[in-house]
Write a protein that binds this ligand. Structure first.
Ligand code: EPU
Length: 440
């Protein structure tokens, strides 16, 4: 994409069919897992998104051969000749994504040391990595934090550990899994994240030869093994992308069949979608989402770790809630700063007020800490086109939805950021009848 401004002529319901492929929050991690194998891996249903390219680049720097398979969306990853990369080469990837932090365990197992560049990712909160470093030290790694990045070493083989997370962090749970599978002895992880993408990563690792049990009480136990093989795996579909398109259907009064969407990982979202007044129909190949006509209902909602309502669903849904009758309340409990995108919605005509208090049943980590992390949305509002600058991935997609639902034309700047996590979204918009064009 050469130009970064999208002109969106709103007011037309999105109608048609799109296809979602593998989950952005699983695929790059499964690619990292391939580093642990003694033989090549085959990953299927891989979307063409920026995070995949970043991880591919980093794997190739470390001697992994990565090539496309015979079928679209297939990646073949051969880790037979893993080698150290130079700090300068790795550093070229600084700020590109958060996934590089997950290279720690696999590189320590394969090479005894690792350099991790400065991380990127969306600015939706402070996003520290203190839990990650703490668990790596539990396994026996040494961590040297310098301005250019992290230097890690495993003076001896890493050892299994008993770990309890202060919060069920997705990334830290993945860090533990990718490290524990080849550590000596057993690891017990308490207060683990249990997102569907974590379960799918466990499936990948089990195919490789790992021994992992997942209890119902957020406890994961891993028995370390000496050797893992490559895997052949089809990534679970992107339930976050699917929900984004569902919200686009609702906010624009449209009707979208999301091929590839699955019911089970979206159950919590589907309940909320129905409470708001959205309609859906599930078949074996996907889910159809539509606005059935009539008024949408205001709701009270709290984001949470799985099996709760995912924080990544929150931003697109808030746009739909601007069209609901009455006062909706949203309490964001996962990230302290994931509601800042609402000021642009207000410029478009929405009425959204942010609060520092926890406006929900459960007091969260941010209630006493002065973060604007609750929202009251008063609707329905007529949205008008505006000049918008994309702040982060999901916020950016939400601006697209708002611009599509609005009357008039919006200029959406920084549109390229959406390529980080939404495959081929320009084509999908065209397939759904959106009136959009690249601006100058
Ligand atoms: N946290 C810490 N210290 C740490 C790690 C996390 O305090 O060392 C805190 C975070 O600041 C946050 C909370 O724990 O408040 C949850 O963070 P988590 O580690 O679960 O998030 P993540 O692994 O960095 C992944 C997804 C996010 C998604 C979250 C929650 C990827 C690449 N990213 O992030 O996805 O929101 O889990 O489900 O998997 C997105 O797709 O737009 C996105 C941001």
């Amino acid at each position: 994409m050469t130009d970064d401004v999208l002109l969106v002529h709103g007011g037309t319901p999105l109608e048609g069919e799109i296809h979602v492929r593998g989950a952005k929050n699983l695929v790059p991690k499964a690619m990292v897992a391939a580093l642990l194998g003694s033989t090549p891996s085959r990953l299927r249903n891989v979307p063409d998104i920026r995070d995949v390219k970043v991880v591919r680049g980093l794997l190739e720097l470390h001697g992994v051969t990565v090539r496309g398979g015979d079928v679209s969306g297939e990646l073949l990853l051969d880790p037979t000749h893993v080698e150290s990369a130079t700090v300068a080469d790795i550093d070229a990837h600084a700020g590109s994504s958060r996934i590089p932090i997950l290279f720690c365990g696999p590189l320590l197992h394969r090479l005894g040391r690792a350099f991790i560049p400065g991380l990127g990712g969306c600015h939706i909160g402070d996003r520290p990595i203190d839990f990650h470093l703490e668990v790596l030290r539990h396994f026996g790694a040494t961590v040297d934090k310098r301005p250019e990045g992290l230097y890690l070493e495993a003076p001896q083989r890493l050892r299994g550990a008993k770990i309890e997370l202060p919060y069920p962090s997705v990334g830290t749970t993945e860090q533990v899994l990718l490290t524990a599978v080849m550590a000596e002895g057993t690891t017990e992880l308490r207060n683990a994240a249990v997102e569907p993408e974590i379960t799918d990563l466990i499936c990948v690792l089990q195919k490789m030869g790992a021994i992992i049990t997942m209890d119902t009480d957020r406890v994961i136990r891993i028995t370390g093994v000496d050797r893992l093989e490559g895997y052949n795996h089809r990534a679970i579909p992107d339930r976050l992308e699917a929900a984004s398109w569902a919200c686009a259907a609702l906010a624009t009064g449209g009707n979208i069949y999301v091929r590839g969407a699955q019911q089970q990982p979206m159950m919590t979202f589907l309940n909320v979608f129905r409470k708001v007044g959205g309609a859906f129909e599930i078949d074996d190949d996907g889910i159809r989402f539509w606005h059935p006509g009539g008024a949408l209902q205001a709701i009270a909602l709290e984001t949470d770790v799985a099996p709760g309502f995912q924080t990544d669903w929150q931003q697109p849904l808030v746009v739909a809630l601007t069209q609901a009758s009455g006062l909706s309340i949203v309490h964001e409990t996962v990230y302290e700063s994931r509601l800042g995108f609402t000021s642009a919605l207000n410029q478009m005509g929405a009425t959204i007020q942010l609060y520092r208090e926890c406006l929900g049943g459960t007091p969260c980590r941010f209630g006493q800490r002065n973060f604007l992390h609750s929202a009251v949305i008063s609707g329905p509002s007529k949205l008008q086109g505006a000049e918008l600058v994309i702040p982060d991935l999901r916020g950016g997609f939400s601006y697209l939805i708002a611009a599509l639902a609005a009357q008039g034309t919006s200029a959406v700047h920084g549109i390229d950021l959406i390529n980080r996590g939404y495959e081929n979204f320009m084509q999908k918009l065209a397939d759904l009848g959106a009136h959009v064009e690249m601006g100058g």
